[in-house]
Design a protein around this ligand. Structure first.
Ligand code: GAR
Length: 196
């Protein structure tokens, strides 16, 4: 049984779907920790309500010293001995030093059809560019931002009059189907790409 830790920064709706799927039985992994860089992240209470241990390390206490923040974040993480680390709406950039500790064991969900639109404001950029579709990607995390091998994607048409928020809500619904499926496969050692 693989041990999974999840990093979040906000509402944690993807995290909830990952935890619920792991807790549904017949799953090759189980959740051992949900950690956040924001002690006020709403997802922390949701994780606790699901019976998952939580930790918070406030990045603002480290005043831009990423290495010190990551060292503090590593403490609860290493205690939890995860085999897999999932980023689920985690909004801090991680340094290569941190990423290399979880080499080939860290996955992320990003709200764009990578390699298009790494970074922030993905839905606004897709709408401004006049794209016909947007989506989300689950990928392995490497030291280059939002650029690791793609494990799966969902695609969503962009409708006339879409705002970034409306598009984000439609993409998020599909993220909730994509991420649990990919974690299930990843935990079973399957890394072939899936397009839902
Ligand atoms: C999701 O849409 C996720 O793809 C995105 O943040 C949202 C988190 O929602 N992630 C990123 O932008 C990572 N750069 P959630 O907290 O409800 O899962």
């Amino acid at each position: 049984m693989k041990r999974v830790a999840i990093l979040i920064s906000g509402g944690g709706s993807n995290m909830v779907r990952l935890v619920q799927d792991m807790q549904s039985g017949d799953h090759p992994a189980r959740p051992v920790l949900v950690a956040s860089n924001d002690p006020a992240a709403a997802g922390l209470a949701k994780a606790a309500a699901l019976g998952v241990p939580t930790a918070a390390v406030d990045h603002r206490a480290y005043r831009g010293d990423r290495a010190a923040f990551e060292a503090a974040l590593l403490e609860p993480l290493l205690d939890a001995r995860p085999d897999i680390l999932c980023l689920a709406g985690f909004m801090r950039i991680l340094t290569p030093g941190f990423i290399n500790r979880f080499d080939s064991r860290m996955i992320n969900i990003h709200p764009s059809l990578l390699p298009k639109y790494p970074g922030l404001h993905t839905h606004a950029r897709a709408i401004t560019a006049g794209d016909a579709e947007a989506g989300a990607t689950v990928h392995e995390v490497t030291t280059e931002l939002d650029s690791g091998p793609i494990l799966g994607q969902i695609r969503v048409p962009i409708k006339a009059g879409d705002t970034p928020d409306r598009l984000a809500a439609r993409v998020l619904e599909r993220e909730h189907r994509l991420y649990p499926l990919i974690l299930r496969r990843f935990a079973a050692g399957i890394r072939d790409r899936v397009d839902l």
